[in-house]
Write a protein of this length. Structure first.
Length: 440
């Protein structure tokens, strides 16, 4: 009797330690303490590690509440357990993540699609109908690698899958690992570059179409790293966005630009005004207006020489909050431009409710001027609409004379692009100004 009670007690302790109460699946403790020994005992090198992520689970948690979310997790656990046989190991890692160690001989693509299809079905939870979006990373092990290496590789593949739209899966390959290493290196080096002032700001002139005179410049960040070489802005800006460095990077650029403005003013360089890009995360920063004010005061720069460019998609995400932020910035005397117009889904009504100074037409439209009559008509309508709202219009990415001529016919105010000048270092911009003055 004592031996049987002891066995029951030991089983209860084991289950409490290594199984999740809600789903009935093995838990994260099982991965850390039991899985390595289990894998050694199996002695099978041919298996797949599968990381499964239920997207936007935090939103589901907020909308459904704790109890209904637990019911949803039970349903997901039940489906996964039914897909895989008893030889496979299905684990609930917590929150929105599941891990499966599968010994199925079926081709990995087949059961990956089976998982996506079965979890794509509508879930009826209480009185709610739930549609799940699933991302999945898979590592196919054939080299008897450490189980934790296999899980990590599946996680790397999962991160690739999460970048895609909707339900999808990625299978790990070695190029992913090298790209992850490069990304981590880039993140580390970018932090050091900000700390040690190793980034450069270039300035691209903006030209008045009627007078062909300088109307200002756009500040554009450039990075040439000693180890990684020249890194495209789209690469390191995305890294900064993903890792949260973007706030520090944005403040770094603002400070660097204001310092340059002060230098130009003391040297008598005619620059008119400087436009600086704001990321969506910067735009949401409640301390943004206060911080900009501090930098302007620190360098003794007038706010009316600064213009902040915000993307269309960032502005329309929440028009009430956007209008509140824009109003605070404009009250400080700073101009606001909406950047990349035409790439988002804003309506004219939404824009008419915002206090904007400038509208910038995205290069993707300019590229098709004189080749696509529909885009020509759209550009013409955008310019007319902006003028009704008393906004100046800037066309960016102008590279050809015919593009310039058509934009001038449509009443565009300012153009920016290689047709007039590529982005210039501060020193080269000063030479550009001297050449312009010499021709006058």
């Amino acid at each position: 009797m004592y031996k049987r009670n002891s066995m029951v007690r030991d089983n209860a302790l084991y289950n409490r330690a290594y199984f999740d109460f809600t789903t009935g699946l093995r838990n994260k403790n099982y991965i850390d303490y039991m899985l390595p020994e289990v894998m050694r005992h199996k002695g099978n090198c041919n298996y797949q590690a599968i990381n499964i992520d239920v997207e936007n689970f935090n939103i589901l948690n907020e909308n459904l509440g704790y109890d209904l979310c637990n019911k949803l997790l039970k349903e997901v656990a039940k489906i996964l357990s039914n897909i895989f046989n008893k030889k496979s190991i299905v684990i609930y890692c917590g929150f929105n993540r599941f891990l499966i160690i599968s010994f199925k001989e079926k081709h990995v693509n087949d059961y990956a699609r089976k998982i996506l299809n079965d979890l794509k079905n509508k879930f009826i939870i209480g009185s709610r109908t739930i549609n799940l979006t699933i991302s999945m990373g898979i590592y196919v092990n054939t080299k008897c690698e450490n189980i934790f290496t296999a899980i990590q590789n599946a996680y790397i593949a999962l991160n690739y899958a999460k970048k895609q739209e909707g339900d999808c899966f990625s299978i790990f390959n070695t190029s992913m690992e090298s790209q992850i290493f490069k990304k981590e290196k880039m993140q580390k080096n970018l932090k050091e570059a900000i700390r040690n002032d190793l980034l450069d700001v270039y300035y691209q002139p903006k030209i008045n179409l009627d007078s062909e005179t300088l109307m200002g410049v756009e500040a554009l960040l450039r990075w040439n790293d000693d180890e990684l070489g020249t890194i495209l802005p789209i690469e390191f800006i995305n890294i900064a966005e993903e890792t949260g460095i973007i706030i520090d990077l944005g403040r770094y650029v603002l400070r660097k630009v204001c310092k340059q403005i002060k230098t130009w003013e003391e040297s008598g360089v005619e620059y008119r005004n400087v436009a600086v890009n704001l990321s969506a995360k910067q735009f949401k920063d409640v301390h943004l207006p206060e911080y900009i004010g501090q930098i302007l005061n620190e360098y003794g720069v007038s706010p009316n020489v600064l213009e902040l460019e915000i993307t269309e998609s960032a502005v329309i995400e929440n028009t009430d909050l956007s209008n509140n932020m824009i109003s605070k910035i404009i009250k400080k005397g700073i101009k606001i431009a909406i950047d990349d117009f035409g790439t988002g889904y804003s309506s004219y009504i939404q824009l008419s409710n915002l206090s904007l100074n400038t509208l910038k037409i995205n290069k993707s439209f300019i590229d098709f001027i004189n080749y696509d009559n529909k885009k020509n008509l759209i550009i013409k309508n955008i310019i007319e609409f902006a003028h009704i709202l008393d906004m100046k219009v800037v066309a960016e990415g102008v590279e050809q004379e015919q593009q310039m001529i058509t934009l001038k016919e449509y009443g565009c105010d300012i153009i920016q692009g290689f047709y007039y000048s590529k982005p210039l270092s501060a020193k080269n911009f000063e030479e550009y100004i001297r050449e312009k003055e010499g021709k006058c």
